[in-house]
Design a protein around this ligand. Structure first.
Ligand code: CDT
Length: 611
């Protein structure tokens, strides 16, 4: 069954500063009625629809500035409820932009999607890319865009949402997926991709785009106003078409346009564009006008499933620069002449004060790929480690989860498990090792896999026990280890001695639990036992506790609560990843002169390279 929605954009012509809100609201309601008479199910209105586009003015009178903002619930407020009531009465959904003043006196350039059948707001968006300036241009006749002065950048992200009741549900697809952005957001590929990554099918964008405004556009004051307007519309359509295509979605844009106050021009060019990037409907005037089109959402599928099948084609390991850097950092110049910014950045010496020298990093160019090697065959433990790591990772570090294949045992509780799991894991890891910069062995022990990999590979390798103890030595005077089973207490005590750290160890105490019982027993019970063990270790002098099993990773917060803020709790998985990332940044490799020489060549000579 086709998923077709009839969508309209209500383009709104000039709104002058002296126009009353009542008259403007009546115009908007007339447009809504007009769209519904043409069969619209959804109507998009422009950015800041209820008044003239006030951010072009500098206000000295606070009360006057405040009069352009909407306060309280927009669906019931005196100045705005009329259009929401009408939408409900007509059964038409509506997206409308407005200047929002919140109860705690924050100000946003916002829009809402109002769902007629529910009679309430389904989704709200606050403009993220605020254009323009805080201060007006010095030229008295310049056209200003003081959005940075009057609004805070939006804090709701680019959130796609499902809209019920527009199309029949099908087995293949759920309710239509909509997303909203406001004016300047549409020029940023980032806005679209955030929505695209949520499967957006229709993007709604209201806008106020000036035509001739040379200071604002940074163009020549000599430019012919007609040319300037054509160029503004060209750029508007360019981004709407390009991003509809690259995200395989429909887009609808509604202009606030015309000549406000006989002086400030805003361009028209409202459009409805298909997922192939072609315009389906566009406005012909710069006045109040409805454009409308039937949008068959199934037309998004070819793009989403082939050319822009994000899951198959995106290569996020090369995109970290997108979220770690805002401004441009050019490659260093090849010529000797210093650029202006290099001259500016040289240390400034203030008389009588020796500046503190500082250095900071440049652009991140290469992602550090760490393979988290779980030598047991229990995948949920690997996944739990990745989940816990995620919020701690900088953009240039990616951690990949490896779970040992059988015959690795599902838990490592003794020497037999240790050796069997090391062999199974090493066989699988060595052939793929080239793809990673470092390896973390996620078993809290002096696991055999650590030394196997240290011999065979050049990249840095550490186990979570050793990593946790290195961190513990840095952070405190005595550490205590919360172990799982009785037996692991003894092996961990031996390992502490092996690492030469027994004089810093306040104790190893076990919870009398099997590794898999950490998951299978009721969480409350496990946390209570671990909390008690942690407290006993602290009584014995530990000021840092380490979690003696990769399966304890998710329990860190509960132990911290049990022992209080003066005691540090180290998770070896987290400590290991960040330790390795540091070594990678330093460009370090395994030393091959001594005990970690590879025996691969000798095996080969013996014709024993069969593993
Ligand atoms: N309202 C709004 O965001 N207008 C901007 C003006 C350009 S800022 C250089 C726009 O992107 O159309």
């Amino acid at each position: 069954m086709a998923r077709i929605i009839r969508i309209a954009a209500a383009q709104v012509g000039a709104i002058h500063r002296k126009d009353t809100r009542r008259d403007t609201l009546s115009r908007l309601i007339r447009l809504l009625e007009d769209a519904v008479s043409k069969g619209a199910q959804v109507v998009l209105f422009p950015e800041c629809t209820f008044t003239t586009f006030f951010p072009r003015h500098l206000f000295t009178d606070e009360a006057e500035l405040d009069s352009f903002f909407e306060h309280g619930d927009i669906t019931t407020a005196d100045t705005t409820h009329g259009i929401f009531d009408k939408a409900k009465e007509l059964g038409v959904d509506m997206c409308i932009g407005f200047a929002e003043a919140t109860d705690d006196d924050e100000h946003y350039n916002a829009c809402v999607y109002y769902h007629a059948k529910m009679g309430s707001i389904l989704s709200k968006y606050r403009k993220i890319h605020l254009p323009g300036d805080v201060e007006p241009f010095p030229e008295p006749d310049a056209v200003n865009q003081l959005e940075k002065r009057y609004f805070k950048p939006g804090n709701l992200g680019f959130k796609a949402f499902r809209v019920p009741d527009l199309t029949d549900a099908t087995a293949d697809s759920g309710e239509p997926i909509f997303g909203m952005m406001i004016c300047n957001d549409r020029r940023w590929a980032e806005s679209w991709r955030c929505l695209g990554l949520q499967g957006v099918e229709v993007v709604l964008t209201g806008y106020n785009t000036p035509g001739w405004a040379p200071q604002m556009w940074g163009s020549s004051g000599d430019q012919d106003p007609k040319e300037a307007r054509e160029e503004a519309i060209f750029h508007h359509k360019l981004v709407m078409k390009a991003h509809s295509y690259t995200n395989a979605c429909f887009s609808v844009s509604a202009a606030r346009c015309g000549l406000d106050d006989g002086k400030y021009d805003l361009v028209g060019g409202s459009t409805i564009i298909g997922p192939n990037g072609k315009i389906i409907a566009e406005s012909k005037t710069e006045e109040d006008e409805i454009i409308i089109a039937d949008c068959d959402l199934d037309l998004c599928s070819p793009g989403k499933k082939r050319t822009f099948d994000f899951g198959r084609h995106r290569r996020v390991e090369h995109y970290s620069i997108l979220t770690s850097q805002t401004g441009v950092i050019e490659p260093p110049r090849l010529s000797k002449i210093s650029s202006k910014s290099e001259v500016r950045n040289r240390d400034v010496h203030i008389t009588g004060f020796t500046p503190i020298k500082s250095v900071s990093g440049t652009a991140i160019t290469k992602t550090i790929r760490i393979l988290l090697c779980n030598p047991n065959a229990t995948e949920f433990m690997t996944n739990a480690c990745l989940e816990m790591l995620k919020p701690t990772l900088p953009a240039d570090v990616s951690v990949y989860g490896f779970t040992a294949p059988k015959p690795a045992p599902s838990a490592i509780e003794g020497n037999f498990d240790n050796i069997m799991s090391a062999a199974a894991a090493a066989r699988a890891i060595v052939p793929i090792a080239n793809g990673y910069d470092a390896f973390l062995v996620a078993c809290y022990s002096d696991h055999a896999l650590i030394k196997m990999l240290r011999e065979e590979l050049n990249q840095p390798i550490i186990g979570i026990m050793e990593a946790s103890l290195l961190a513990a030595r840095t952070l405190g005077g005595r550490f205590g280890i919360i172990a799982t089973s009785r037996r692991s207490k003894f092996t961990l005590e031996d390992s502490v001695k092996h690492y030469g750290l027994d004089s810093f160890c306040a104790g190893v105490k076990d919870c009398d639990l099997g590794v898999l019982e950490l998951e299978s027993k009721p969480e409350k019970e496990v946390l209570a036992i671990m909390g008690d063990v942690g407290k006993k270790l602290v009584e014995d002098g530990a000021d840092v506790l380490t979690l003696g099993c990769a399966g304890m990773t998710s329990m860190k917060a509960a132990i911290e609560e049990a022992v209080g803020a003066d005691v540090q709790v180290v998770d070896g998985v987290m400590a290991g990843v960040h330790h390795l990332a540091g070594l990678c940044r330093m460009g370090m490799k395994m030393a091959k002169k001594g005990m970690y020489q590879s025996s691969a060549a000798q095996r080969k000579i013996r014709a024993q390279d069969w593993y």
